[in-house]
Design a protein around this ligand. Structure first.
Ligand code: TYM
Length: 330
């Protein structure tokens, strides 16, 4: 029997997921569950780089777990766990940070962008964030990491750190590959289609939350910023708004961009926006129903986390043990 390849990925508990998180990453997480040995993490330690309230984080962690399951992650098939329940993540981070160069971390565009947004709190954790992410991935000897386009650079540094470590100590870590969808890897803001859709956007109309009511979803799409050209055609440079809506529609219906262009030939943007909004609302409806049910089943969610922590700890401890032995800590 050949062993299944390992998948690892995580999301930060910083709020309700957006359509970007769903189409860029979560849908692939769900789709890959049968074919791979999957490990999915609520990365609560990562979310500490931005100031937060304890009670709020406690709620968001459970809510994100419920969102994972509502989207289709099956704890019977995949390991689902909370990052802070597995101490090896923090332990391996320290070791790997001694094999990571300041210059490498300095080049991270997400650090530069986040440091720009939180000028009053440019903490060391924000800077070493990619090392924690490398530890997450490498602890599970992951082959593939399904993420959106914005995490590509973090995957590259993870590979560099792993290769450097292996270069000194032999084959300790599996070198992971990113798994990025062809359509939907970078869903853009509905209000400023030149920027990424983000749950931390102050403008509520800029993003679709997984839990937005159908009327809200349709209203947000109706208000989406487009151009005055009135032709549904894909061109990221000159028509970023329409191109983004086409990617979203393609992603939720499986239709190609050419098919979409034909479908809306001679029709106005009003019709197109309405159709996209309805398709998204339809996709999210069953997820929302399942989420509401799960949030009333706290005991079930706690059981999932307990089992997930046991399984994850077992794998992570094996890798950490190997690392400690190689570097002389055993
Ligand atoms: P996070 O929590 O910001 O985002 C979770 C996932 O959603 C994807 N994503 C998007 N995809 C398409 N369009 C968008 N607008 C969009 N916004 C977000 C992200 O690419 C990501 O896949 N550092 C990570 C979390 C993390 C992680 C890991 C991921 C920590 N450790 C180990 C993989 C493996 C992050 O902040 O994702």
């Amino acid at each position: 029997m050949t062993e299944k390849k390992r998948i690892f990925s995580g999301m930060q508990p910083t709020g309700i997921l957006t359509l970007g998180n769903y189409l860029g990453a979560m849908r692939n997480w769900v789709a890959l569950q049968d074919e791979y040995d999957c490990v999915y993490c609520v990365v609560d330690l990562h979310s500490l780089t931005v100031r937060h309230e304890a009670a709020e984080l406690r709620k968001r962690r459970m809510s994100l777990l419920a969102q994972y399951i509502a989207c289709g992650i099956d704890p019977e098939k995949s390991i689902v766990f909370m990052q802070s329940h597995v101490p090896a993540h923090a332990e391996l981070t320290w070791v790997l940070s001694c094999y990571t160069y300041m210059g490498e971390l300095n080049r991270m565009t997400q650090f530069k962008e986040k440091a720009g947004r939180h000028q009053d709190n440019i903490n060391a954790g924000l800077f070493t964030y990619p090392v924690l992410m490398a530890a997450d991935i490498l602890l599970y000897q992951s082959d593939l990491v399904p993420v959106g386009d914005d995490q590509k650079q973090h995957l590259e540094i993870t590979r560099d750190i792993a290769k450097r470590f292996n270069g000194v100590y032999g084959d300790v870590f599996t070198i992971p590959d990113p798994y990025i969808p062809k359509v939907g890897a970078r869903i853009m803001s509905l209000q400023e289609p030149e920027s990424k859709m983000s749950k931390s956007d102050e403008n509520q109309n800029a993003f679709i939350s997984l839990l937005d009511a159908p009327e809200t979803i349709i209203r947000k799409f109706k208000r989406a910023v487009t151009d005055s050209d009135a032709v549904v055609r894909y061109d990221e440079k000159t028509k970023p708004g329409i191109s983004n809506l086409m990617s979203i529609y393609s992603s939720v219906t499986g239709k190609s961009l050419e098919q979409i262009q034909q479908e809306f030939e001679g029709k106005g943007y009003g019709d197109f926006k309405m159709t996209v909004g309805e398709a998204v609302a339809e996709t999210l409806k069953p997820i929302q129903e399942r989420y509401q049910e799960l949030m009333t089943s706290k005991d079930y969610l706690r059981d999932v986390l307990k089992k997930g922590a046991e399984d994850a700890n077992r794998i992570a401890a094996r890798t950490l043990g190997k690392v400690y032995k190689k570097i002389g800590l055993v």
